[in-house]
Design a protein around this ligand. Structure first.
Ligand code: NAP
Length: 249
């Protein structure tokens, strides 16, 4: 795939799926903006990738922080072609009766408002350009409750609705809006889930998870015309037909 001269913004790029996606898009020739809170990790990744990479420390739950980062990308590269809303947190993992209200709200701020903030910040210029792809990393948790994950499941359901709402409003303006549910992926998030010991996902073994490179490859495929039939929907990487389309099996 040729992503030369495409500007890609990836949130949650300091590790896990976001970092894997950053490496892959950069390899394919894209200019990649790395957003996350851990500035040192972003710098290390930018050094590793080399070339056209912008490490931009940013808290997605804070609109001003996201808007500053997107403005920076506009100043450097003239626009954003692709936004990957990938940043997300799983904590607090706790039954409703035990959940800390402030921590619960904070997760919602990151996993829902963070997705809105990314969309809102890139929209004016994408609309003006009449083009752009916005992909949000979702989860099977968006569609079913799991013990201890009330905040996470609620947030992912909300983020999935944001994908549908944005598609409804902006498809006619040339925007491609999609969601990706990756299945379980071998990242820090699964280490945290394992440590919680709270529901069946925590009983999975490391080998049960797919590598972060798989959702990264799916995200890249979703930016191509081959995925146009899925615009406005959420695709699942558990689906063998999708894995085959992406070239994973
Ligand atoms: P991860 O390794 O824990 O990475 C999460 C990323 O989000 C980190 O780069 C983190 O960076 C960033 N982040 C967290 N809070 C942030 C904030 N307030 N502002 C900016 N960045 C923030 O987990 P992952 O598995 O790669 O997760 C990526 C996405 O995939 C998440 O949306 C997750 O819900 C989704 N997902 C994961 C799995 C799985 O099995 N791993 C399954 C389904 C869906 P900083 O800490 O540096 O900010």
């Amino acid at each position: 795939m040729d992503f030369n001269n495409k500007s890609v913004v990836i949130t949650g790029a300091s590790r896990g799926i976001g970092a894997a996606a950053a490496r892959l898009f950069a390899e394919a020739g894209a200019r990649v903006a790395l957003l996350a809170r851990d500035g040192d990790a972003l710098l290390a990744l930018a050094d590793e990738i080399g070339g056209n990479v912008l490490p931009l420390p940013c808290d997605v739950s804070d609109y001003a922080s996201v808007a500053r980062a997107i403005d920076h990308v506009h100043d450097e590269w003239g626009g954003v072609d692709i936004l990957i809303n990938n940043a997300g947190v799983i904590d607090p993992i706790a039954r409703l009766s035990d959940a800390d209200p402030a921590a619960w709200s904070k997760l919602i701020d990151v996993n829902i408002s963070g997705v809105f903030n990314g969309m809102r910040a890139v929209l004016p210029a994408m609309k003006q350009a009449g083009a752009g792809t916005i992909i949000t990393v979702s989860s099977g948790a968006a569609h079913r409750p799991l013990e201890g994950w009330s905040a996470y499941c609620t947030s992912k359901a909300g983020a999935a609705m944001l994908t549908q709402a944005l598609d409804l409003e902006e498809r006619s303006n040339g925007l491609r809006v999609l969601g990706l549910s990756p299945g379980t992926v071998a990242t820090q998030m699964q280490r945290d889930i394992k440590a919680s010991g709270l529901n069946p996902v925590s009983t999975l073994e490391w080998e049960d998870h797919i590598p972060p490179d798989w959702p990264a490859r799916a995200l890249m495929w979703m930016c191509t015309r081959d995925a146009d039939a899925f615009i406005g929907t959420e695709i699942s990487l558990r689906d063998d037909a999708i894995r085959a389309r992406v070239g994973l099996i």
